[in-house]
Design a protein around this ligand. Structure first.
Ligand SMILES: [Zn+2]
Length: 258
């Protein structure tokens, strides 16, 4: 079996002490690929270093919507350069966050559009974070779709069925996290089961959002297997079938060559 954790924050401090074991446990749980996501220039640099050091790790580079206010003028140009590196498989994470409200919405939109333009320019997908901003996010995506086809991923999807349907129409991938394993999220499991099979991916978003039965603890890539298992059950597939499906999708969008 081969699973890919399509969204992890492996450069977070909580992984520093036991990183080698985290990578080994991932391997033991058939998680033979992971994408570590940068959220600031420094975090992107750390993510790139991990992707260069560990054969199973790739990275994405960008500025998270919660950090766009803090970004220095020259950060964006440096990130554009880093994005061309062969170990970088995506641009982001980008998107909109009205929950934390750390940056003015207009600035978040401006950076979101820059990430999409960069994604087009270098032919790598963009990764979207959307928190309490579904209409605003769809507005940006709809506008971008008028310029050309979208090559993007809605990460840790937990939006409405309407938003999911529109994202699918726009050509986006939907990635599901440990949230679908929580007992109360039956509606989200049903939604995931209705997504076209060629658009499904799985992720941990670790160290956050640990799936059941690890909820409340630090999350790590090995746990993506729990999420894939629950998604498999919702879709009436076996775990190995879901692993193959989501890994094929991830390899296709990330142009992941082994
Ligand atoms: Zn993230």
């Amino acid at each position: 079996m081969f699973l890919i954790d399509t969204h992890a924050h492996l450069d977070e401090q909580s992984f520093e002490a036991d990183f080698e074991e985290v990578i080994q446990r991932a391997q033991a749980a058939s998680v033979k690929g992971m994408v570590t996501i940068g959220i600031t220039l420094d975090s992107c640099r750390r993510a790139m270093a991990l992707a260069e050091k560990y054969p199973t790790v790739r990275s994405a580079v960008g500025i998270h919507p919660n950090y766009v206010s803090q970004a220095a003028f020259e950060d964006w140009g440096l990130i554009c350069e880093m994005a061309k590196h062969p170990r970088v498989v995506a641009v982001g994470e980008t998107g909109l966050d009205r929950y934390w409200d750390h940056a003015p919405l207009e600035l978040q939109v401006e950076y979101f559009e820059r990430h999409i333009a960069l994604s087009r320019e270098i032919g790598k997908p963009f990764i979207v974070h959307c928190r309490e901003a579904e209409p605003e996010t769809l507005e940006v995506l709809n506008r971008a779709a008028q310029v050309g086809p979208l090559n993007g991923i809605m990460h840790s999807f937990c939006g409405s069925p309407e938003t999911a349907a529109r994202c699918v129409e726009l050509g986006m991938m939907l990635s599901f996290s440990g949230m679908i394993t929580y007992k109360k999220n039956e509606a989200l499991r049903q939604l995931a089961a209705s997504v076209p099979r060629d658009r499904l991916m799985v992720e941990t978003d670790c160290p956050y959002l640990a799936p059941t039965p690890h909820r409340g603890k630090r999350n790590e890539p090995a746990f993506v297997q729990q999420t894939a298992k629950v998604l498999a059950e919702a879709c009436n597939l076996t775990l190995p079938e879901m692993a193959e499906l989501t890994t094929d999708n991830a390899k296709r969008i990330f142009q992941w060559l082994e």
